[in-house]
Design a protein around this ligand. Structure first.
Ligand SMILES: [Zn+2]
Length: 139
């Protein structure tokens, strides 16, 4: 399952970063989920929950944020999101979510009309921050 593999990758990255498999020392982990990644948040959360069990943490530890898709024109440098772009309906959005490369079939740079643009963000899964509990303080 895709979401479980992602959850596993998140946990192992966190463990590598902190140098410990004891997650009880952590206060908050913020994970950015790309808008174009098409993640089943429920399955992903379930995966995180299962994998943090027995490691001193639970699902509360994780803040899941959606990272908006941003497109950037190679020609004029303009950046835009799916929401900014007029005339992209539900069907097109769905197609772009399913296959981000298909964005080129539905969009042109709103600034200069070039179809030479890249997907700057909104793909993949990123760990935005890992906050360790204050040793002096609570917890
Ligand atoms: Zn442009």
């Amino acid at each position: 399952m895709h979401e479980w593999a992602l959850a596993e990758a998140v946990i192992s990255t966190v463990e590598k970063n902190t140098g410990s498999t004891d997650l009880s020392m952590l206060q908050e982990v913020t994970v950015l989920l790309g808008e174009l990644q098409n993640i089943d948040i429920e399955a992903f959360s379930k995966g995180l929950e299962m994998m943090t069990k027995g490691k001193g943490a639970d699902l509360e530890l994780f803040q899941l944020e959606i990272e908006k898709a941003v497109f950037r024109c190679n020609y004029c440098g303009m950046e835009w999101s799916l929401d900014d772009y007029p005339g992209v309906g539900e069907d097109e959005r769905e197609a772009i979510h399913f296959l981000p490369e298909s964005a080129h079939a539905y969009m042109k740079c709103p600034g200069c009309g070039s179809s030479d643009f890249v997907i700057k963000s909104g793909r993949g899964v990123t760990i935005k921050s890992i906050i360790v509990k204050d040793r002096e303080g609570r917890g």
